[in-house]
Design a protein around this ligand. Sequence first.
Ligand SMILES: [Zn+2]
Length: 151
Amino acid sequence: MIRYALLCDLDHAFESWFDHSSAFDKLQTSKLIECPHCGSQKIRKDLMSPQIGGLRANKRTTSNPSIAKSKDTELQNLQQEAVELARKIRGHVEKNADKVGDKFASEARKIHFEEVEPHNIYGEATSDEVNELAEDGIEIAPLPTLPEDKN
Ligand SMILES: [Zn+2]
């Protein structure tokens, strides 16, 4: 036995049992199926609602990941842009400043107190050194971190 969800031409939904799947077609063409609500003999299998339900379910499951994916892509693009910008800044600084390594704080102080010719420098400073420089009124700008720095 097969149970079919059926619809008449006025969209009355009902169910009916058939011996086998071809029985429905035979009964339908012989107009032996009647809508219990209006007596219409124009009956079709109600294939729509499970399909619509399936589509809705599919849409629901696929739309969220696709939104998440587009956000991820946006985020990745922004991160990529930020890295490119950081790379440019770093490249500019490294090209136009002298690398002083971990002597940055003392070099910055020498320049500030005009003990040496003014020149641009870059290097490493501990957070304590950065604070001390700030207390001396020496303004320094942190260089942007690049992904490869973490390696
Ligand atoms: Zn009907």
